[in-house]
Design a protein around this ligand. Structure first.
Ligand SMILES: Nc1ncnc2c1ncn2[C@@H]1O[C@H](COP(=O)(O)OP(=O)(O)OP(=O)(O)O)[C@@H](O)[C@H]1O
Ligand SMILES: [Mg+2]
Length: 241
């Protein structure tokens, strides 16, 4: 479970990118984090993972305060950032072993685990190649695999489906569903409303740094004439906020 209480982020002492945000990401559910470009999604996700420090407010991961107990809190997280161009000089297999070392993944069973993930994402043949030689989507898959290698309980993914081919996108969505169904929390940002509609149990909508809606899509639709498209509702919600 992720809890945010009155979280704000001010960049360079002037720009309030996230403004007094409070919301809860429950276990056993997939929560979609949606909002226009520049709304504050990436900033919020980076504060939850402890990469950025919140200017104000508190963030709890399964009860652990990310500021007071950063190591304990971070061990629980698998984070896929919006930029997959990392560790380019490492080979795929080296990168995954590096991530497994950092997170103390036991060597027993590690090889099988990496092989199974590579198989699922159709990456088996390129594990010996440098990440530098990968396409955008292949790098994205590698980052997803690295983020999940330690079986984190809380998944946080920033636009994880961008650039993935249909098979990889299908597999990742399946993995997100399986993870939520096994009782864990999944929070991911997306611009694709159709994905949010199909995948999410609940959505959090952010606009200009403020949370303008949290709930199920059915709750979001309440108050709109039947048949109103999600896109139209989203535009209305983020326009009038
Ligand atoms: N390092 C930074 N320094 C200063 N301002 C920043 C920084 N990072 C982000 N911002 C600003 O904070 C606001 C929120 O940006 P953020 O990246 O969180 O938005 P986002 O919702 O993830 O957008 P997108 O959908 O385009 O990914 C924007 O106005 C952005 O310009
Ligand atoms: Mg972003």
């Amino acid at each position: 479970m992720i809890q945010l209480e009155h979280v704000s982020k001010v960049y360079s002492g002037v720009h309030k990118a996230v403004d007094d945000c409070s919301f809860t990401v429950e276990d056993g559910k997939i929560t979609g984090f949606i909002g226009p470009n520049g709304a504050g999604k990436t900033t919020t996700l980076k504060m939850i993972t402890g990469i950025l420090e919140a200017t104000e407010g508190k963030i709890f991961l399964d009860g652990d305060d990310i500021r007071k107990n950063p190591l304990e809190a971070k061990k629980k997280i698998g984070f896929v950032s919006d930029n997959p161009d990392n560790f380019l000089r490492l080979k795929g297999a080296e990168y995954l072993n590096f991530m497994a070392d950092i997170y103390d993944v036991p060597s027993e069973g590690r090889r099988e685990k990496i092989a199974a993930m590579a198989e699922r994402f159709e990456m088996t043949d390129v594990m010996g190649d440098k990440i530098l030689s990968y396409s955008h989507g292949m790098r994205q898959k590698m980052m997803v695999m690295g983020a999940l290698i330690h079986d984190p309980s809380i998944w946080i993914l920033d636009e994880p489906l961008t650039g993935l081919d249909p098979k990889a996108s299908f597999e990742l969505k399946e993995m997100m569903r399986e993870h939520a169904q096994s009782g864990h929390a999944v929070l991911f940002s997306t611009h694709v409303l159709e994905v949010a509609e199909k995948l999410c149990d609940q959505v959090v909508i952010i606009n200009r740094g403020r949370i303008v809606f949290q709930g199920t899509l059915d709750q979001l639709r309440e108050g709109y004439p039947e048949g109103t498209g999600l896109e139209e509702i989203f535009l209305t919600v983020t326009e009038h906020a």
